[in-house]
Design a protein around this ligand. Structure first.
Ligand SMILES: Nc1nc2c(c(=O)[nH]1)N[C@@H](CN(C=O)c1ccc(C(=O)N[C@@H](CCC(=O)O)C(=O)O)cc1)CN2
Length: 314
């Protein structure tokens, strides 16, 4: 504690994630297909292994189809593109996720650009990024969209707020700026090289930190009463030799902020829940596209002529 203020309200991720998952399940129940997601993981990074395992488990819990492709560390760029091409062409797969980071010899941007944008459930394809910046519907990156869903769950205002993002990654900072702009916030994007960072962060009504630097944001850098969203997940060694997770925001910020996400248990679960929602939405979009094509061509999936309104005739 740094003052006599009450502690910040805790914005716990699990209840907000549960709401998002329930919405994804309800949408999936309206579809004529079971949404299906393929995960691609390259190499043996333990954190990536654990994240993919967690995401695949959640997909199965939700009743989705899920398959993990675990490729060896010496996978070539051509091998990776070939697998993505195969999954793009498979009508039974609605979403393809390439777990990041890739081993250093692989080019993630080139691989992401190979994805069919309709299956880009991570929202990282250049087409998805362009749609976001044009304010058009599309698949959005999971962590930024999860942050928006968390704010919505806790009924925290976004429109008219001055949002300051610390971090400019393609995975979080940049897409989050687009989402906040689309939601009528005034947005500043700062980063670790921003001179006098505290002067910038103190202007924030809504401060979102995704800098990948443990405890970068200290209480003196936060406007009293501000909402603070900590996207950082840093593994720091404990005295016992084990690693402990901590965020980019110093815990003492709870004495200044009005509301604060914990780490762990804040934004992390939202990333996974949003991925499930994106997969169901991708399946919905692809199903609607197939039906529209069948209506246009007068054919249905079993190759029979459709009725006058495009309905399936048996
Ligand atoms: N292709 C992608 N790669 C990566 C993404 C991504 O969205 N797409 N994000 C991160 C890792 N990530 C998912 O992939 C992820 C990170 C954290 C969590 C999470 O639930 N964290 C928990 C703690 C979990 C633990 O104990 O380790 C929490 O914060 O409460 C989920 C997913 C990088 N790569």
């Amino acid at each position: 504690m740094t003052s006599g203020r009450a502690e910040a309200r805790t914005l716990a991720g699990p209840p907000a994630a549960a709401e998002l998952l329930a919405r994804a399940a309800a949408l999936a129940a309206t579809l004529p297909v079971t949404p299906s997601i393929a995960f691609i993981r390259v190499g043996d990074d333990p954190a990536s292994e654990s994240y993919v395992r967690g995401k695949a488990k959640k997909a199965v819990e939700l009743g989705l189809h899920s398959h993990v492709y675990a490729l060896p560390d010496d996978t070539t760029q051509a091998d990776l593109h070939a697998l993505i091409g195969t999954l793009n062409a498979d009508n039974g797969v609605h979403g393809v996720l390439l777990q990041l980071p890739l081993p250093a010899h692989l080019n993630a941007d080139a691989a992401l650009a190979c994805l069919d944008p309709r299956k880009d459930v991570d929202g990282l394809h250049p087409v998805s990024a362009g749609l976001l910046w044009q304010g058009q519907p599309g698949l959005r990156p999971c962590t930024p969209a999860g942050v928006m869903a968390l704010l919505d769950h806790y009924r925290l205002p976004v429109a008219g707020q001055h949002a300051v993002i610390v971090g400019r990654s393609a995975l979080v900072g940049r897409p989050l700026a687009g989402l906040l702009l689309n939601a009528d916030a005034t947005v500043t994007v700062a980063h670790r090289a921003t001179p006098d960072l505290g002067t910038v962060t103190r202007r924030a009504d809504l401060l979102i930190v995704a800098a990948g630097h443990a405890h970068l944001i200290t209480p003196d850098m936060v406007r009293p009463g501000a909402t603070v969203i900590d996207v950082g997940i840093n593994r720091v060694p404990t005295e016992g030799g084990k690693a402990r997770l901590t965020g980019d925001v110093h815990p003492d910020v709870a004495g200044v902020a009005g509301a604060l996400t914990p780490v762990p248990g804040g934004v992390g679960p939202m990333t996974v829940a949003q991925l499930m929602m994106n997969t169901v939405q991708a399946a919905q979009n692809q199903t609607a596209q197939v039906q529209a094509t069948q209506n246009q061509t007068g054919q249905n999936q079993v190759g029979q002529p459709n009725g006058a309104n495009g309905e399936l005739l048996r």
